[in-house]
Write a protein that binds this ligand. Structure first.
Ligand code: GDP
Length: 142
């Protein structure tokens, strides 16, 4: 999967606000294709494990609480150079710092409630896709 796939999550703030359709349309217009998708409400354990890399950070507890506050929408997206392309498309972590036209500039509320997650490497894209999806849930391209 490396290279052409990445993992995104429409986070609980954006999903609850009814922004999922707009965000998916925005990404599709930029050439991303949805290869797997689900709506789920993360448990404490799932959110804690997904963000385990941030366990020592001061915002970890708040981040886990936010990510378990309501349903979210994990998706596998396909595009050439998908990881880098999606990081560019979502913009900086803090929407105040995000470039115009990015998902976070358009739809995020704050640095924490920032609408969308995107994997930061091919290795993490693989790990994160496996976290949410079975191989058989991912629609093979072409
Ligand atoms: P990302 O790769 O841009 O999503 O950013 P990080 O991997 O650094 O952080 C993961 C998530 O933690 C972010 O998307 C935010 O939801 C949240 N986060 C990051 N930095 C902060 C912060 O300084 N304060 C708070 N409250 N949340 C943060």
């Amino acid at each position: 999967m490396a290279g052409t796939y990445t993992l995104t999550i429409i986070k609980p703030d954006a999903f609850a606000a009814g922004k999922a359709g707009k965000i998916i349309a925005h990404l599709e217009q930029q050439g991303f294709r949805v290869r797997a998708a689900r709506v789920m409400h993360l448990s404490q354990d799932q959110a804690g494990e997904f963000y385990a890399v941030h366990r020592e950070r001061p915002f970890y507890g708040s981040l886990v609480k936010f990510m378990t506050s309501g349903p979210c929408m994990p998706m596998v997206l396909e595009k050439d150079n998908a990881v880098a392309a999606l990081r560019t498309a979502i913009g900086a972590t803090d929407p105040a710092q995000a470039d115009a036209g990015t998902v976070r500039k358009l739809y995020a509320e704050s640095k924490e409630r920032n609408a969308i997650h995107a994997s930061d490497s091919d290795e993490n894209a693989e790990r994160e896709a496996r976290f949410f999806f079975a191989e058989s849930d991912v629609i093979a391209a072409r």
